[in-house]
Design a protein around this ligand. Structure first.
Ligand code: ZN
Length: 658
């Protein structure tokens, strides 16, 4: 194989490192020279295919806003006016600096007035409506056991660091992050007007409360277990396990008055919080809540607050030394608050009908391949296979953008009031969420905007969703070689479908209800097969020898393995309808796997890599490629992998589920 110049088939072979043997490290073989040529930009924690496409999308969104920036007579309440004015308000750093802490004065006053546990609960509820701040959060989501109905969920929250382990462990990485966090708390409090000594004693109180919250928090491995987080109870039962909380006051304040049943995701946690509300003094709770309010909105206040916020969440946690330019931060705020308004403008310009037609074809081949895979499984009984196929057929496919857009009617956005825009948007979304309590589930809803470079599968909706923005090069192009489209995008589609059949998704039926449809013996086989994958990923390490968590990443690893396997079969279906040919010396199968490897190519800072492995259910890029490759027999065949090669695993040690 030789290295050629950029070709029209979708892969630039100059990005490969052919000094590396694909049989030993396929990830670097396929991506090595790209990684050398593309260092991480100073304002990013990682850089790769996904990030580049995200950046590219941001530039398109920026251009869309620039087009309307000077337009006179945009109708108040129109998409253009709201998007433009939100953006302009975020850019106006001068005004934000002048206002200082003023925008949050009403909320600080609310905290100052707390005098007992009941007024503390009321403040939790009040802050919940604008984005949270107390030790628990609420949300309205499908009832896992009655997927046509929405129900209120209460879940653990209240920590400023991304995982409980950072509070409780004493290894070097936890200590490093914890020290940085303590400095961050003090710095923010000083900026908000506390003296050095006051900030120090406040910090001690805050760390004591947060550490106690961390101790009773559910571990991240358990958080992704849908059975461990489903505890439906009446409000009176909840009151019995949380005697210090008056739920009527709380529910009324959040707009959920009259709710009878609630899913309490971590009952032990809520009981422990109820005890903590009595044990800690009201003054200490006020200190804690003030910190969560100011720390939570720091990036939306003045330049100094924003910089300090970045020092911890950007630099300490992710190793990034330079903040993104203001236009990108401002765009991020618009994207986060008016996502579908911006999306409507985006798809008009940037999503073609040809792209939609082509992706529909790829998806159809994926489903055909999946069906055949399930029929041919050697470990699953016939009745379970029938049910699996039934579920597969019920998966709803959402491509590009929603049929019906979210309405923002009644939301006021002005060019001179950034913080006000944020608060009004948060309240508006909170009301939208609470209204769901009185409706049946809307299955047409999207949980990702069309300009998001990502995709998802939802257990409850049983749908796969591919926003317009991910259906672009380098993952997908109407003009590219099918091998690239199936290897990269096809694997992403297969990945999302497989979430419906991963260790958690397989607990749900085709209607999105938590229902056991597996025969016992099939479940046991599945668990046994999954354990091979857990063991394999537990052996991978990143910076400072920190280990990948095979249990935490199990669902994603099952999806990656299934995704690549099924996409390979789908590509074979496509090949059967076209002619085989070699390009640049690569067979169709080899090109397919090169496409797959492109999908996770990335450079990542060591700090970010450590945070990633400790908190993210996705494995780092290299293992998301080399992991599945060392399990897939078709890869062995395509690249002639043999005993003695680094990626070789004995047939017994290879994982195969779907
Ligand atoms: Zn996934």
């Amino acid at each position: 194989m030789t290295k050629n110049k950029k070709d029209s088939w979708g892969i630039d072979t100059r990005d490969m490192d052919i000094k590396i043997r694909p049989q030993n490290d396929f990830y670097h073989y396929a991506n090595g020279d790209w990684m050398k040529k593309n260092p991480i930009p100073e304002h990013e924690s990682r850089w790769g295919s996904f990030l580049m496409l995200r950046y590219d999308t941001e530039k398109k969104l920026h251009a869309l806003i620039a087009d309307i920036q000077d337009k006179k007579n945009l109708k108040v309440g129109s998409a253009g006016q709201m998007v433009r004015d939100f953006y302009v308000s975020a850019l106006d750093m001068k005004r934000r600096n002048e206002l200082g802490m003023k925008p949050i004065t009403p909320f600080l006053d609310l905290i100052k007035k707390i005098k007992d546990v009941q007024s503390l609960i009321l403040a939790f509820a009040h802050l919940e409506r604008i984005g949270g701040g107390g030790p628990f959060g609420i949300g309205v989501d499908q009832d896992m056991k009655n997927s046509e109905k929405y129900i209120l969920h209460i879940y653990q929250s209240g920590l400023g660091m991304p995982d409980r382990d950072y509070y409780l462990k004493s290894d070097a990485e936890s200590l490093r992050v914890r020290n940085a966090y303590e400095k961050h708390i003090e710095a923010i409090l000083i900026l908000s007007g506390r003296t050095k000594n006051e900030a120090k004693s406040d910090r001690e109180i805050i760390m004591r409360i947060e550490t106690n919250i961390a101790k009773v928090s559910m571990m991240k491995e358990d958080l992704r277990d849908v059975d461990k987080t489903y505890h439906k109870m009446s409000v009176s039962s909840l009151s019995r396990i949380t005697p210090s909380v008056n739920w009527d006051i709380f529910l009324k304040e959040i707009g959920a008055e009259g709710v009878r049943n609630i899913v309490v995701m971590q009952p032990k946690f809520i009981t422990a919080i109820s005890k903590m509300l009595e044990r800690e003094s009201i003054e200490d709770w006020k200190t804690y809540l003030t910190w969560h309010l100011v720390g939570g909105v720091a990036s939306s206040l003045t330049a100094k607050f924003e910089k300090q916020n970045f020092a911890f969440y950007g630099t300490a946690l992710s190793g990034v030394t330079k903040m993104k330019p203001l236009w990108r931060r401002a765009l991020g705020a618009v994207n986060g608050n008016l996502d579908e308004l911006l999306g409507e403008l985006y798809v008009k310009e940037h999503f073609s009908q040809q792209a939609k037609k082509k992706i529909k074809e790829v998806v159809a081949d994926l489903f055909e391949a999946y069906e055949a895979r399930i029929r041919n499984l050697d470990w699953m009984s016939a009745p379970t296979k029938r049910k699996a196929l039934n579920k597969l057929h019920q998966i709803n496919r959402k491509l590009g953008y929603p049929d019906k857009w979210k309405s923002y009617r009644g939301l006021t956005i002005t060019p001179d009031d950034y913080f006000g825009n944020l608060i009004r948007s948060a309240l508006f979304e909170h009301k939208r969420e609470m209204r769901r309590l009185h409706k049946t589930v809307d299955r047409s809803e999207w949980f990702m905007s069309p300009q998001t470079v990502n995709a998802y599968y939802s257990f409850g909706m049983n749908d796969i969703v591919f926003p317009a923005s991910i259906l672009q090069p380098p993952f997908f192009s109407v003009d590219a070689d099918d091998a690239l489209n199936y290897g990269a995008m096809g694997s992403v589609i297969g990945h999302e479908i497989t979430h419906g059949f991963d260790d958690q998704g397989s607990k749900f039926d085709g209607k999105g209800n938590r229902k056991t449809w597996w025969a016992c013996s099939d479940s046991e086989q599945f668990a046994q097969k999954a354990s091979v994958l857990i063991k394999q990923f537990n052996e991978y390490t990143v910076a400072d020898g920190i280990k990948v968590n095979g249990q935490l990443t199990l669902g994603e690893n099952i999806a990656d393995l299934g995704g690549a396997s099924i996409a390979f079969d789908a590509y074979q279906i496509r090949l059967g309808k076209t002619t085989r040919k070699d390009i640049d010396g690569f067979t169709p199968e080899q090109r397919f796997f090169l496409g797959f490897a492109l999908f996770e190519r990335e450079n990542e800072r060591p700090e970010a890599q450590k945070t990633h492995v400790l908190t993210d259910p996705h494995s780092p890029g290299i293992f998301r490629i080399n992991g599945p490759m060392s399990n897939i027999p078709e890869f062995y065949e395509a690249f002639d992998v043999k005993k003695g090669d680094a990626l070789y695993r004995t047939p017994k040690a290879r994982a195969k589920i779907w």
